[in-house]
Write a protein that binds this ligand. Sequence first.
Ligand code: FEO
Ligand code: CA
Ligand code: CA
Ligand code: CA
Length: 589
Amino acid sequence: AVTSSTFKPLFGFASVPVSSADTVTLPPGYRYEVVYAWGDSIQGPTLGPVFKPDASNTAAEQEKQCGMHNDGMHLFPLPRHHARSQAGLLCVNHEYVDDGLLHTDGMQAWSAEKVKKSQAAHGVSVVQIAQQGQAENARWQVQPSRYARRITAATPIEVRGPAAGHALLQTAADPSGRRVLGTFNNCANGVTPWGTYLTCEENFNGYFALGDAAPSASQARYGITNKQGFGYRWHEFDTRFDASQNPNEPHRFGWVVEIDPYDPQRAPIKRTALGRFKHEGATVTLSEDKRVVVYMGDDERNEYLYKFVSRQRFTSKTRLSSHLLDEGILYVARFEADGRGEWLPLIHGLPGLTVADGFADQATILIHARMAADNVGATKLDRPEWIALHPQTGEGYVTLTNNSERGKKSPVDGPNPRAENVYGQIVRWRENQQDAAALKFDWELFVLAGDPERDSRVTVNGDAFGSPDGLAFDARGVLWIATDVSTSTLGKQAYANLGNNMLLAADPRTRETRRFLVGPRGCEITGFAFASDGRTLFVNIQHPGESPSERSDPSRPQAVSNWPDGPQGGRPRSATIAIRRVDGGLIGT
Ligand code: FEO
Ligand code: CA
Ligand code: CA
Ligand code: CA
């Protein structure tokens, strides 16, 4: 067995204790600054529009400001391909909004302007950031930039791949089925070897209201079942989101979207070959023969793990316009109890995927990828969230965050060993021949998360945590784990000892976990980015101060959190922070 003494330790920081304080807590010797918070101008502090703490910024202003609920992100170097740049283009997802905080009087007096502002607070930011100052005075700041842009729920986006133009994607407003307005519920992300950003549409279903219409089988399978959606109320002023009137509009969301941060004129592209589901993230690597492989989780209880393998190979000439992500095979994972696994192709005509099975063509399989996966015997997982690949071995790690329905709607099995799973686990796998394009793999449980004092099955070696979600390797091979215990679960017994949501470092060799950061009250820790020199770690603090209802009421005293602005600030703000060592050293060592 491997023991921690076998290896030079990967980390040298002191563990941060659990905390319920309304602040960001870091190990001694570390500090952070807020770089980009909801409402900050995409052109930096010297050029407006300036954030108004009473939330009175207009929809037009919000289109030029940081959106809400920062999630997945990546820092692209400037100049391009620069290995040790002190500047870069930060792409940040804005997953969803809290309308109670977004508007001065919350959801009262609902209006077309409020819908526009809500749509403008969704999507993605591209902002230029740079280090200002020297040594311990160095700060990352957003700067005026020709690259700066906001992509929102109303931005024109191109559709490519096998489902582009398909009848199921055509609407009255877009008979071509190739030009969609907007992207939203952008959760985690990915990065391609050719320097583009992938943003992933997750809980898109919640924006569509069905009214009194009965859901079709595919609408039911994707959760488009509510009269009013999840309560975003866009349909009241934007009929696109009335699924009874526009039944094809929901087919235009639930995709992976590619953005070129270096070309601000270029429209984003929805890549339909990667399938339609509630995409958490899209983690990209290359196979032995240089085909592009994208690993993707569908984050809902009892959903699947997918991978896409391109037909063409990556070369140094590959660009966004090469459209490598438009042609290839989508697979879904099956895990066997004996530690082996298989990638099952979702190809039209294979057993379960024929016209008689309800799939007219390959495009229909991609649009209804969940239903295709149901028919080939894929393994239902405990909410697959982020995926990370070890930078040296290529081993894959996936967070299975929790699943209250395990043992009820799906059987307890190998990768999902606990019924009513409140704590979650991390599963890792190794592709045959360490080739990302392999059709078979071996897997094991990396850790069963949780509080060992409350569940004897917990296998945490080191600092305890639950509901792992964000997951990323740094260049040194440290596995960073962010937690997302929902606000309603934080108050429950199982989590009584674990405090606020946190970020931990794990050593993949010894499985030791060490707590590195605890966030403010009511937040979750979402995306990561690393400066190319390894000396800054960017982290997103999402929804500080969230109430259990996930919709705040502005008339409620803001007692839960006023991070990051403090008592004078008015309302809590999701934000990107930059973490560094005071002595300028490598993060985590
Ligand atoms: Fe947006 Fe599954 O987290
Ligand atoms: Ca997540
Ligand atoms: Ca989550
Ligand atoms: Ca979240």
